[in-house]
Design a protein around this ligand. Sequence first.
Ligand SMILES: Cc1cc2nc3c(=O)[nH]c(=O)nc-3n(C[C@H](O)[C@H](O)[C@H](O)COP(=O)(O)O)c2cc1C
Length: 260
Amino acid sequence: MRRRPSLLQIIYSRRTVRRFSKSKPLSEDVVKMLVEAGQRAPCYYQAYSVIWVRDEERIKSLAEICDSETTRSMILNASAVLLICVDFYRLRVLLNSLGHHHILSEDKFPVEAFYGVFETGLMVENICIAAEVLGLGSALLDCALFECERIALLFQLPHGVIPAAILCVGEKGENPPPRPRWPLEHVLHIDAYKPVQAEDVEAYLDLSEKILASEGYLRKYAEWNGSYTEYLMERTLLTKEIKKTYDAIASFLTRNGLKL
Ligand SMILES: Cc1cc2nc3c(=O)[nH]c(=O)nc-3n(C[C@H](O)[C@H](O)[C@H](O)COP(=O)(O)O)c2cc1C
C-alpha cells in the first residue's frame, strides 16, 4: 500500500498551478472544508471574507476584468474561484454593536490594517495547503488588488471590504518543479540580522535564472523570451503608469479604511 505523504511533504511539494484540467466545479462540501481550514489559521480579528464565485456569468466578468491571457484562463478553468478579501466591515459592525468609541470608529487603524492583511494571508495559505491535501492545485492572482475598484463594484462590496487576491483551485493540469527561493541562510537569521551582500544577490539571481530557465517558466507563463533579470527589471520599473496605478490602489485602500 502506498504511504500517504506527510503534511510536511505536502507543504514542500506545493507549487502554484497555473494550468487546470477543466473539470466539475468543487462541491459545496469541499469548498466549505477548504474555507474552514482557512479559518483555523492563527487570527486576531478574523478581518477577512471569502466570496466563492460560483455563478458562471460572474466568473466570466471576473475573467474579463483580469485581462491577461494566463490569468483569464486560470479563472475560467478553475474548479472553484475564491475572491479573498480583507474585511473590516464585519469587524466594524461587531464593534459598533458594543456602543463604544472603538479602534475603527475613525477609519484610521494602522495596526489593525496590518493585522488584517497578515491574518488574511495566513488564512489563504491554509486553504492552499488544504487544497493540496485533497490533491488539488491552487494559484493566487493579484489582479483582485490591481482591479480593486472594478471588482468592488462588480460584487457591490461594502465599505471596508477590500479585494486582496483571487484564489483559483482546481484539478492539476501540470506538475511544475520547485520555484526558486532565497537560500535559507538569507531568510533564517540566527540571533542577529545579517544583511545580504552584493555577491549573495548575484548568486541568487543566477540560481533563479537557472531554475526558471529549466522549467521554461517565463516563456510558458509570461511569454517572455529574455532573462529573468530583465523580466524582473521590466516588472518592477517605476514608470509613470505604475505610479498612477499605485496611487489609484492606495486611494481605494485609504477610502476603505486601510491606512498604513
Ligand atoms: C500576493 C500574491 C499574488 C500573486 N499573484 C499572482 C498572479 O497574479 N499571477 C500568477 O501567476 N501568480 C501569482 N502569485 C503566485 C506567485 O507567482 C508564486 O507563488 C511564486 O512565483 C512562487 O511559485 P510557487 O508558488 O510555485 O512556489 C501570487 C502570489 C502571491 C503571494
